[in-house]
Design a protein around this ligand. Structure first.
Ligand SMILES: Nc1nc2c(c(=O)[nH]1)N[C@H]1C(S)=C(S)[C@@H](COP(=O)(O)OP(=O)(O)OC[C@H]3O[C@@H](n4cnc5c(=O)[nH]c(N)nc54)[C@H](O)[C@@H]3O)O[C@H]1N2
Ligand SMILES: Nc1nc2c(c(=O)[nH]1)N[C@H]1C(S)=C(S)[C@@H](COP(=O)(O)OP(=O)(O)OC[C@H]3O[C@@H](n4cnc5c(=O)[nH]c(N)nc54)[C@H](O)[C@@H]3O)O[C@H]1N2
Ligand code: SF4
Ligand SMILES: [Mo]
Length: 730
């Protein structure tokens, strides 16, 4: 077999370097060939890495292009006379201090809102300073992409296990039966389940005689790999799951291997959802639902896994609860081949703190409960627009694009535009950062260190790898950790000149590491020293040196059972029927009688995209990576839509006109728009050429998953018709 390392280097290669791809949760190990000026000539997979074994996707392959994108910012920008201009870091930080301290002094600390975007999950800087910065700012107005994403999973875990960081992952490589709902890992490369070459792992599951079942309103590339695809009506997964719980309990198929509480309440709740009642609402035959439950219960090992298509719906937390209820009832929670909990290489500091609860404070305008210290991003516009004490007047964003990614995004964009002060930490001018007063760009990926503190929580195999920066910083660049440390110190009122090393010391002090212990740590800078400390204190006794010596990563073995130790519920058992969720299930009952809208909008991800920020890489454009409306042939014919007639889609909050793609992969009555598009106002030159439309012009910020506050992106009621001629032309 020819391995990647046998492929001859491209001409001009002067060095080979390795690093982890930071673009998604798969965290593939990359091998980069560079020339003597540091330009990337080629990126391939590192086939000596024990976890990703040479796998790479089209995005990883263009990491060099992304890194060298001329639109990427390299110096801070400051708005003067309405225009953004390059300034020195000193000027930029002074402006941030004046802006934030000024707003806080005039209007109170709650007037400064913070927003953390998706890549904060992947950067060391954000891992170190996200919480510290929020605490230092002392504002209740903390927001993140979590309430547009996985919050239902974390809240369900918080309520069932007492720990919102207890996130079970399917033991992909050992399971005999996998039920996937609302996820398309063949294109997304996996989410809340870090598994490089997800598709390869699914094929291996089938090769070893296992069964794969996919529940999705679309016949996705993942569904195409499955033994069985169940086409479900958007938003009805909690009904489907409840009926499966009903079948398991009604037929006495449960075999619970863990201490649990609430079984009788659960039985009582599930009684109201027999397959015969929910089948017609879900669009799945009752016999199929019952059989799916029986097969799950009968499999020697099995795992239920559900993502975006279940989380970002009206009853997202109920769905996530029932996923782990099924895992627990069928004896698959926390056992090999079932759903397990990874153990990270670094000390699991995120497990400290009080046991999980929500609603410790409430949002000013809509009275929405705080969840994990945050308010729903769907209410950020309310907090900015609504006058009164505590009104938001300033915004800090880190690695995010809420003016594109939040529901009813145009409203949020207008609100952000009216703020007194906005500062963004981001390498790009995007739909949000273009509205900022100050932009602080972190260095390029190749100039940054990488360690997956958080992704390790959700790996399907315990594994660790540390990447040092491949290229040096220029004099006028700052590491992301330094930028965030300085923002933290500014938020704490210590001013623009406070020494960032002080923030590192504070981090170590919180770990109880001071004096000689701190001096004994390894590392070229404070970030590495903190990593060294956390590795040494972690469950595997690793160190920075051990990871530096293991250039191709360290395999830490298959997942091991971790319950009941991880449980932080008061009685140390898995709560199968948390009161808050039982109450919500009562509301779900009414969904059985709701009249379905004519059309429901759902989303989709595309292999060569990454949320809102990879459309500026020309190599990733075209092919299937198009912003089109997927619609069933029957619906298209009825509405007189064809490939030359765009559709006009309307919702409670907005309208868009978009080209259609007629496909029988989508169920009738459902239409799908990909997410992350709509770059007509973007300063990014490639992205704005063929901007597409933003699905969040249609998504409604008034509708939420009631328990977690998560936005509803799937199952949005819409109208669809052929666009009038003048709109079609525009
Ligand atoms: N309609 C609809 N809307 C959705 C979704 C959907 O499915 N449908 N999905 C939701 C989900 S799951 C998510 S996670 C959100 C994502 O929404 P956001 O997190 O708000 O935004 P992203 O589009 O991920 O943009 C990330 C930004 O981070 C910047 N960035 C990249 N790397 C770094 C780095 O190392 N440091 C810093 N400081 N910045 C960096 C990029 O330039 C980009 O501007 O969108 C949500 N919105
Ligand atoms: N290529 C690429 N990869 C990505 C990203 C990206 O933008 N592009 N984004 C990253 C991020 S931030 C995340 S959170 C992950 C998300 O990872 P995934 O959740 O795997 O990605 P999606 O494509 O959003 O998959 C959601 C699926 O749910 C289906 N669906 C919609 N509504 C329903 C419903 O009501 N019920 C059911 N059962 N299914 C439904 C959709 O048709 C879709 O196939 O992907 C990550 N990886
Ligand atoms: S799957 Fe994710 S981590 Fe792997 S190369 Fe692609 S973008 Fe990078
Ligand atoms: Mo996400």
């Amino acid at each position: 077999m020819v391995t990647i390392n046998d492929i001859p280097a491209r001409e001009g290669t002067t060095r080979t370097a390795y690093r982890t791809c930071p673009l998604c949760e798969a965290g593939c190990a990359l091998r980069l060939e560079l020339n003597d000026t540091g330009r990337v000539l080629r990126v391939t997979g590192d086939d000596r890495d024990p976890f990703s074994k040479g796998y790479i996707c089209p995005k990883g392959a263009v990491l060099g292009k992304l890194d060298e994108d001329p639109d990427r910012l390299s110096r801070p920008l400051l708005r003067r006379d309405g225009e953004l201009r390059e300034v020195s870091w000193e000027e930029a930080f002074a402006a941030v201090d004046a802006g934030l301290s000024g707003v806080a002094a005039r209007h109170g600390r709650d007037a400064v809102a913070l927003y953390f975007g998706n890549p904060t999950f992947h950067t060391i800087g954000a891992y170190l300073y996200r919480q510290a910065m929020s605490q230092a700012m002392g504002s209740k107005n903390v927001y993140s992409a979590s309430t547009a994403d996985q919050m239902p999973k974390q809240v369900a875990g918080g309520l069932m296990f007492g720990d919102a960081m207890a996130i079970g992952v399917p033991d992909l490589d050992r399971t005999d039966h996998l039920l996937i709902l609302g996820a398309n890992p063949v294109e997304s490369n996996g989410s809340l389940c870090a598994a490089p070459d997800f598709a390869g792992r699914l094929k291996a599951l089938r090769r070893r005689g296992g069964k794969l079942v996919v529940v999705d309103p679309r016949r996705t590339r993942t569904a195409a790999l499955a033994d069985e695809h169940l086409s479900v009506r958007p938003g009805t997964d909690p009904l489907l799951l409840m009926a499966m719980v009903h079948t398991v309990l009604n037929e006495g198929l449960e075999r619970i291997g863990l201490p649990v509480s609430g079984l009788e309440e659960l039985r009582e709740v599930a009684r109201g959802f027999p397959p015969e009642a929910v089948g017609p609402v879900c669009g799945i035959a009752p016999e199929t639902i019952a059989r799916t439950a029986r097969e799950l219960a009968a499999a020697s090992t099995a795992a239920v896994y559900a993502r975006i298509g279940t989380c970002t719906t009206r009853y997202g937390t109920v769905a996530q609860w029932l996923v782990d209820v099924l895992n627990a009832l069928t004896g698959n929670l926390d056992r090999p081949g079932g759903v397990m909990f990874a153990e990270t290489a670094a000390l699991e500091i995120f497990r400290a703190g009080p046991a999980f609860s929500t609603g410790n404070w409430h949002s000013r305008v809509r009275g929405l409960p705080e969840v994990m210290g945050e308010f729903p991003v769907a209410t950020l516009a309310d907090e900015i627009e609504t006058p009164g004490e505590g009104q938001v007047r300033a915004l800090v964003t880190v690695a995010g694009n809420p003016a594109s990614s939040a529901p009813n995004a145009p409203r949020l964009a207008r609100a952000v535009e009216g703020l007194e002060f906005v500062v963004c930490v981001d390498p790009y001018l995007n739909e949000t950062t273009r509205l900022a007063d100050v932009i602080l760009p972190p260095p390029r990926t190749l100039q940054s260190p990488h360690f997956d503190f958080l992704v390790q929580i959700i790996m399907v195999r315990n594994y660790a790898r540390y990447s040092r920066p491949i290229l040096p910083l220029a004099d006028d660049q700052r590491t992301e950790a330094e930028i965030l440390a300085r923002l933290t110190l500014i938020a704490a009122g210590l001013g623009a000149d406070a020494e960032p090393a002080r923030a590192e010391e504070m981090f170590l002090e919180q770990l109880g590491i001071t004096g000689e212990a701190a001096a004994g740590l390894d590392g070229e800078d404070g970030t590495e020293k903190i990593l060294d400390a956390l590795l040494r204190a972690g469950g595997y006794g690793l160190s920075l040196k051990a990871l530096l010596d293991a250039e191709h990563g360290v395999d830490l073995g298959p997942l091991k059972p971790r319950l009941p130790d991880l449980l932080r519920t008061p009685d140390h058992s898995v709560d199968l029927a948390p009161a808050r969720l039982v109450a919500e299930a009562g509301r779900l009952r009414t969904a059985l009688d709701e009249e379905p809208p004519e059309f429901m909008l759902i989303g989709r991800r595309q292999l060569r995209s990454n949320n809102s920020w990879l459309h500026n890489v020309a190599e990733l454009r075209g092919g299937t990576n198009l912003c089109t409306l997927h619609i069933h042939p029957g619906d298209a014919a009825r509405l007189g839509l064809d490939a030359t007639t765009p559709a006009l889609i309307g919702s409670a909050v907005g309208e868009v006109t978009v080209p259609v793609e007629i496909t029988d992969t989508i169920m009738p009555g459902v239409v799908s728009l990909p997410h992350g598009w709509g770059h007509q106002d973007s300063p990014q030159k490639v992205a704005r050429r063929d901007p597409g439309v933003n699905a969040n012009v249609l998504t409604d910020d008034a509708v939420l998953d009631g328990v977690s506050g998560t936005a509803v992106f799937n199952g949005v009621p819409v109208t669809v018709r052929a666009a009038p001629l003048q709109e079609a032309a525009s």
